[in-house]
Ligand binder design. Sequence first.
Ligand SMILES: [Zn+2]
Length: 551
Amino acid sequence: MRKWLLVFGLACLVAAQETVDESAIAKIRSEEMEHSQILHTLHMLTDRYGPRLTGSPNYESAAKWAVSQLTEWGFKNAHLEPWDFGHPGWMNERAAGYMVAPVRENLKFEVLGWTPSTRGTVTGPAIEVIVPQGPFPTPLPPTDAAAAGGRGGRGAPQRLPPTKEEMIQWVQDTKDKVRWKIVLVGKAAVVPVNFNPPQLRRDDAAVKQSYDPDNPNAGRGGRGGGTPPAEPGRLTAAQVTEMVDAMLLENGALLRINDAGMGHGLIRAFQNRTYDSAKVVPTVVLRNEDYGRIERLLQDGEDVRLEFNIVNRDYPEGKTAYNVVAEIPGTDKADEIVMLGGHLDSWHAATGATDNAIGSSMMMEAARLIQALKLKPRRTIRVGLWAGEEEGLLGSKAYVEQHFGTFENPKPEWATLDCYFNIDSGTGRVRGANIFGPPEAAAVLRPVLALFEDFGVAGANSTSSRATGGTDSTSFNAAGLPGIGLAQDPIEYQSFTWHTNLDTYERIVPDDAMKAASTIAAAVWHVANREQMIPRFGKEQMPPPAKAPAR
Ligand SMILES: [Zn+2]
């Protein structure tokens, strides 16, 4: 960029003047196509170290492996940065479950995180208890989350939770029925056959339109949002489950079973939200097909008997969790930092390949491309891999707090972070970028992304939302820093792999992952070398912090 243009500082001129280092970018592309390491990185993070639940020994091993791999590639200052998770680590070691009467069958399930072991093998009659529910919310919430580019299609609208009085009465009526029982909590979900399977790729025309700088509606579809606020006078879903758990524990239930509620044997197993395994009975999430079968047999009046043997372990040292950080030092602007990263932790039902071993692999790979080509960036390029994303963006929030502070209460480093690129939507190739900042910020990214039109990359837009939610880039946005969320083709993310027992190495599309890594490397290289840092909101334009961060 020439100096005289800065005098005018007009966004259109700056955008028009953005020069891109096409020869370095051509080298980045061929290095990735010829010497990609991405599948090896993925293999180590999934097959060797997965699942990577925050605070678990597996997570720590994966993080230490990443540090040594980055060091081996020639990165500087690769290390673990501790932060206080505040809960023990937890891992499941073995789990077997069977129906033993009236027919014999092995059950397909996952263990809920931070729940206790069974006392050896436990066998008991199954019963089903139905927690009271409130009415449907008015108006009904929109269900088409996918259309908004968000995550987590919520399916059919859910009824509101009960009131506290209704729950107290229900506990009174139910508590004497659960001793020595294996308790199915809730009615089996009805999961109809889907006659309209979701698209694997985003529609080209729609993607182009959503990143068109002249489209007044462009820029929708950033991550964020969260659960609707609790209704006054009604419990939250978490409070309801806490009351059920307390009742089961106090009254001697053997085990709690939740319905996975998804088709095709899919199971998502999250955590006991207290993170205290002493507060709950052993708990599993059973595939909907087994849950429904047991329910139907119980409705026939059959004496259904189940047997479980579960071994879990708590790890007190997991209270301290670790982010992974490594750098390619800059040259004349080494004090300014361009960051790229994603979360390294996962849920535990599978090896967390699409969420988010592949994202971590893409970011490690993007930085490796620059390092391997011996390109010398002007600014320092820093890779950050986070723990605790799945429990509420905890690792990236801790990092932002420790290093940057906020716009309102900044640390010295706040002014030196140029931007942070984040990826966390599965295996799909990159289709666009969404940066927190003024429209001029997106204009910086557009010319470099335009070189990847053949990979399906459509462009960039900007957001002014400081709400946290969805993924780690929003931890930066919340602090008023230029977080960049990369949008991807969905492939099988929402439909099959996101947080499920099918999230494994096999579900990765290598070509898409390699294209994503090249695109990101080029964008990082571009930002790290331009004369100015990316334009950001000044005092006048900075939106106020979001009120109630929700996930
Ligand atoms: Zn994720």
